[in-house]
Design a protein around this ligand. Sequence first.
Ligand code: FAD
Length: 448
Amino acid sequence: DNDTLQQLCADLDGLEISTEDRALQRYSKDFAWFSPVLVEQLRGKQAELVVKPSSEEEVKRVAAACSKHGIPLTLRGSGTGNYGQSTPLHGGVLMDMSGLNQILWIKDGVARVQAGARLVDIDKAAREQGWELRLMPSTYRLATAGGFFCGGFGGIGSITYGSIGDPGNVLGVRALSMAEEPKAEELRGAEARDLYHAYGVNGLITELEFALAPALDWQENLLSFPDFMQAVKFCQALGSTCGTMKKLLTLLADPLPQMCGLEEQIAPGHTAVVAIVNRQGMDALHELREKFGGELVEEQSHAEVFGTTKSMIEHSWNHTTLHIFRKHKDITYLQSGFRPWENVEKVEEMHRHFGDEVMLHLEFLRADGAVTCSGLQVIRYSNEERLNEIIQFHRDNGVFVSNPHTYILEDGGKLTVDPGQLAMKRRLDPQGLLNPGKMRTWDEEAAA
Ligand code: FAD
């Protein structure tokens, strides 16, 4: 109510706050417009106050005040999530973390950063010392360290390093509890990973420690293949070669190149592959390209285009989806995972079965030590029944589908609560005030 909000404003005196409707609307939204289902479900959901702290002390003051008044608190990095992760479902305070943007230190292959630091800035700072980020989403120019860890999965670099939640990629986090006297805890290893992909429901992260990779001289390549399956086999082979370093390996089946802005480089009917490999790996790339009948249509130095829209990263992960959505109507998308060892055959099966209705965008990556692929399939949408049939056919054939049309943690991925995430919520947010409504198991337990 208004009185509580006034008291809260008094408690936050001196901090950068806004209750202006335009700011509330803007900060309460992310990229959930990718899903027509989420657009409906999230309509009108917004914060009552936006605050932008610039230090951990200020974050503590916000947490303390919200805890005292029993007000929901939702965190936001840059708001590039796809599932309304940072949209407050029950009003309250939206805390913009982008003011905590310091890179604290970089040494011995490790970077310690504040949660609101942008990934592009971390990567650039690491490069000055001969290191680079292992992983980043295609939104790296905007996305923050905390938002990537709490809302993301992987992306550029996943072909070598898997996911940001894989042990060893994030070494530790500093998290505050939600309490009238918030405590900072340094969580390492598995405990830190209990906050991975938890949408900020179980702790306020103020700092993260990323393991880095040695910086390499990367080359970006765009290839064209007349035959779809040969392109798939090329990616599987290049992804699996041990002597060549890889940063990105994306496949776009016909007609996706024509739909996402590659129509000048890729002929109709052809499959496009974006491969970012180390410069010394170019010979191996050409060997495999010839073996599988591909043609190199463009190459450029990654360092020269990094951080700009000229980088071929723009044609990978959900950036491809973004470009297609902007130009085309009556389409939707899926996120799927193919099991290692059988992924090539399963891709062929799906391609044969659905043809043009399910257009294959594959991202090759390493999972549990093996090279496989995930799919960001673009689907010609007819109706919901048909969409569900398509999803079911994938599942019946051993292809994992994670639903991008839900903001509920459990429904997006494993369909069950992560016990570590739940235990961490009990520990750091016993009042249940952090981003409420996103973790179903917690809400059900609270209601019982
Ligand atoms: P936000 O969206 O602001 O937040 C994400 C979640 O983290 C929210 O639930 C928020 O409450 C929580 N959070 C933020 N900061 C903190 C904190 N300090 N402590 C606790 N919780 C916090 N994702 C990928 O993984 N890979 C991709 O390649 C990729 N490509 C994308 C392409 C496009 C075009 C779009 C629109 C999205 C893409 N995404 C991708 C999703 C998203 O961009 C990334 O996951 C990104 O890392 C999110 O960062 P952010 O700072 O914008 O986080």
